[in-house]
Design a protein around this ligand. Structure first.
Ligand code: CO
Length: 341
């Protein structure tokens, strides 16, 4: 069965050193020495990446071993640089998008791509989004769970979402700049506690802010199974009903109704949690997603899905049907590959 992983990250083996160019050490810098690829940020070592982080051919081989046919590639959120001067960040986004598009062009049956945009400037973000879709042939863009002081319901961001809906661009919401980052640095808590909360923050803002209500054509997918959002929907709904004066100020539609408008990846690391997700958001809303190639990702893609022993029709939906719909790709895009499998 054709398997599309909608949540996988890739970086170029090198990129322009904007920290030097703009004298701003907050820009991530790639240092290639002794055959190693190390990222520095704020003049400190941030992360090392290996072949599975930047080499598309190495990844294809690994995907073959892991049973994944197609990866939807996106950049790593550290590259978002929403804090930077918009024109400076735009340079980086443009470079990353060209890299992503080149890989998709070289290996059209193995990769699809979502780009990245400098959302701190909605004007530049729209321009880059149009470039991604019209010129580069990407399927959409990945965005952060918030943009500096703006949540996703910020009126400033609405024209961007409107452009995405008009262009038919898929949106992948990914956590970044995690809440509580500085107040809970131990035990990897920004990743274990902050990231799932960031996804709920993003979903609540898109719903309560009326963004989804006003843009019925907008296709939004959430990484990490939507974080805590689906798991706390009862509480969110209860709050909506008990205190509409606080919650329903900008949109009075029940939050649960939006599940059938959204997509969620399967990366929840627990078959019981995945079963809950399927039950509550609807089995047709879930897409295989792994967070490849990172250690917090699902190391055996689809392991939790396999554990549920879904009916073949449900498996088709989770392994590729929902992803094709979210990406807006025609069924035949990977059909040659599917037939060969
Ligand atoms: Co990720």
């Amino acid at each position: 069965m054709l398997k599309i992983d909608v949540h996988s990250h890739i970086l170029p083996p090198e990129w322009p050193n904007l920290a030097e160019k703009y004298d701003d050490p907050r820009f991530p810098v790639m240092v290639n020495a002794d055959g190693r690829h190390r990222i520095y940020k704020d003049r400190a070592f941030f992360r090392e990446i290996w072949e599975n982080g930047y080499d598309p051919e190495f990844r294809i081989e690994e995907c073959q071993r892991l049973g994944v046919d197609v990866q939807v590639i996106s950049t790593v959120p550290v590259m978002f640089s929403y804090w930077a001067r918009p024109e400076h960040a735009h340079e980086l986004h443009r470079y990353l998008n060209q890299h992503t598009a080149e890989i998709c062009r070289r290996f059209p049956t193995r990769y699809a791509g979502v780009g990245t945009v400098p959302l701190q400037s909605p004007r530049l973000a729209i321009a880059e989004l149009e470039h991604c879709i019209r010129d580069l042939g990407l399927q959409g863009v990945q965005i952060g769970s918030h943009v500096n002081d703006w949540n996703l319901d910020a009126p400033e961001l609405f024209p961007f979402f409107e452009a995405a809906a008009d262009l038919g661009a898929a949106i992948l919401v990914h956590p970044w700049d995690m809440m509580g980052f500085s107040s809970m640095p131990k035990y990897w808590m920004p990743w274990l506690v902050g990231m799932p909360a960031e996804q709920s923050r993003a979903a609540c803002c898109l719903i309560f802010g009326g963004v989804l209500e006003r843009l019925p054509a907008l296709r939004v997918g959430f990484a990490h199974g939507g974080g805590t959002f689906p798991f706390t929907i009862g509480r969110i709904e209860h709050g909506f009903r008990m205190r509409p004066d606080l919650v329903a100020t900008d949109n009075n539609r029940e939050p649960r109704e939006y599940f059938r408008r959204l997509y969620f990846d399967s990366c929840v690391h627990d078959p019981q949690a995945l079963q809950y997700l399927l039950d509550v958001v609807g089995e047709d809303r879930i897409m295989l997603g792994t967070d490849y190639p990172f250690p917090l990702g699902e190391q055996r893609p689809g392991e939790a899905i396999d554990a549920l022993e879904l009916a073949p029709r449900q498996q088709q939906r989770v392994f590729h049907g929902a992803a094709m719909e979210w990406l807006g790709l025609p069924a035949e895009r990977f059909s040659t590959l599917a037939e060969a499998l």
